[in-house]
Write a protein that binds this ligand. Structure first.
Ligand code: 4NP
Length: 162
């Protein structure tokens, strides 16, 4: 678990799920909000391993779940992970183990250490469940899970700076 991290540089984080319309755009919004509150310099983006929804806005249910917490993700547009991301980002946070496995297949071997399961920072290995085919409540649960994982991740980033 290593990443470039000095007090004067912005940390670059890429959140990754399958479609880039439900979980990773929400993770981006939560991390941006939490990093801002902690005055951490962090640039966050998100992408999907699949190309199903290129250019689309986040799922309206993700937008609604986050707007309840004053986080606006409506301006994001779905994109697919590209090879240059592995150079560009310091941390690549996979929302579930399937996403992580897909990333491991395409990431150059010397950059694999940038790939992590988002829940790793909580001391667990649970997936951020895909709410796409479920009921609206799944999106509120997704938010709560992401919020918790975001705080664990940012605690880790801050602990590296001490
Ligand atoms: P996400 O959810 O990976 O959290 O964006 C999904 C969105 C769309 C699909 C699957 C998962 N899909 O099959 O279209």
């Amino acid at each position: 678990m290593t990443a470039k991290n000095s007090k004067n540089t912005s940390i670059k984080v890429l959140c990754v799920c399958l479609g880039n319309i439900c979980r990773s755009p929400a993770a981006q919004g939560v991390l941006e909000s939490d990093a801002r509150r902690r005055a951490l310099m962090m640039q966050v983006d998100s992408a999907g391993t699949a190309a199903y929804h290129l250019g689309k806005s986040p799922d309206p249910r993700s937008i609604a779940a986050l707007s309840k917490h004053q986080i606006d993700i409506s301006g994001q547009q779905a994109r697919q992970v590209q090879l240059t991301d592995f150079d560009e980002y310091d941390w690549i946070l996979a929302m579930d183990k399937s996403n992580l496995n897909n990333l491991m297949k395409i990431c150059p071997s010397n950059l694999q250490s940038k790939l992590v399961l988002f829940s790793q920072f909580s001391g667990g290995d649970e997936d951020v469940k895909d709410p796409y085919y479920g009921a609206d409540e799944g999106f509120d649960k997704m938010f709560e899970h992401l919020k918790s994982l975001s705080e664990f991740f940012l605690d880790h980033i801050e602990s590296q700076r001490l």
